[in-house]
Ligand binder design. Structure first.
Ligand code: PGA
Length: 251
């Protein structure tokens, strides 16, 4: 059976000191929740503090991006090896804000995914349509194409360490949420694409999250959908009570 994964994406929020107090507050609130994996993806400078604060808890720590080269002249970038050495377990790749503001393409998302997997990280691979694509009725084509391009050259064995986060771009940080039916349908399209690439068993095993204004009020309904196996949560992951309510909804 596939795992439910509830992951926070802090984006550019929280200092190391805030990280320590947040995790200290959150840990007892989610202790004993074993029906889903709990992940916090945090800014690079917060990772070491987060790993230390999460020791002995059921909270796993991830990064928000990773470069594809092992090392070299890439000013400002961080390698997978650097992340692993400080205890990072997960990494978000291909978030729409990276695609939108920092020129990420499916080609670089694919390279970053491969580098992260080769280093032993678990990847949360983000994809999703923009508003004009949904209005034009090409959502299914867009997510299917992104799935194929972003996973190109990744083996069935490596795929076991990939989580796909379906995030309709128009729903991120906007307060607009895809309806549970819309989200489930599109996650189903992604699952069918995985089936075409890797076979039915792999498609049934892969965790597909929904992301985009998921919160304590709408999580239960979204997570109840058959094709939605968790959430990638931005805004609501910055408030321990709200994040805990989403984890509870996943039980
Ligand atoms: P949001 O962000 O929950 O604030 O919409 C989700 C995301 O960007 O992963």
């Amino acid at each position: 059976m596939r795992r439910t994964v509830i992951a926070g994406n802090w984006k550019m929020n929280m200092t190391p000191a805030q990280t320590k107090s947040f995790i200290t507050e959150l840990a007892p609130m989610v202790a004993g929740q074993d029906k889903c994996d709990i992940v916090l993806c945090v800014p690079y400078v917060d990772i070491a503090t987060a790993v230390e604060a999460a020791k002995g808890t059921n909270i796993h720590i991830g990064a928000e991006n990773v470069h594809f080269a092992e090392s070299g002249a890439y000013t400002g970038e961080i390698s997978a090896k650097m992340l692993c050495e400080i205890g990072t377990e997960y990494v978000i790749v291909g978030h729409s804000e990276r695609r939108q503001y920092f020129g990420e393409t499916d080609a670089t998302v694919n390279l970053r995914t491969k580098a992260a997997l080769a280093a032993g990280l678990k990847v949360i691979l983000c994809l999703g349509e923009v508003k004009d694509e949904r209005l034009a009725g090409i959502t299914n084509e867009v997510v299917s194409m992104q799935t194929k391009l972003d996973l190109a050259g990744i083996s069935a064995e490596e795929l076991k360490n990939v989580i796909i986060a379906y995030e309709p771009v128009w729903a991120i940080g906007t307060g607009l949420t895809a309806t549970p039916e819309q989200a489930d349908e599109t996650c189903g399209v992604i699952r069918e694409t995985v089936a075409a690439l890797y076979g039915r068993d792999a498609a049934e095993e892969i965790t597909i999250q929904y992301g985009g204004s998921m919160n304590d009020a709408n999580a239960a309904e979204l997570l109840a959908q058959p094709n939605i196996d968790g959430g990638l949560i931005g805004g609501a992951s910055l408030v321990a009570k709200k994040f805990t309510a989403i984890v509870d909804a996943a039980q």
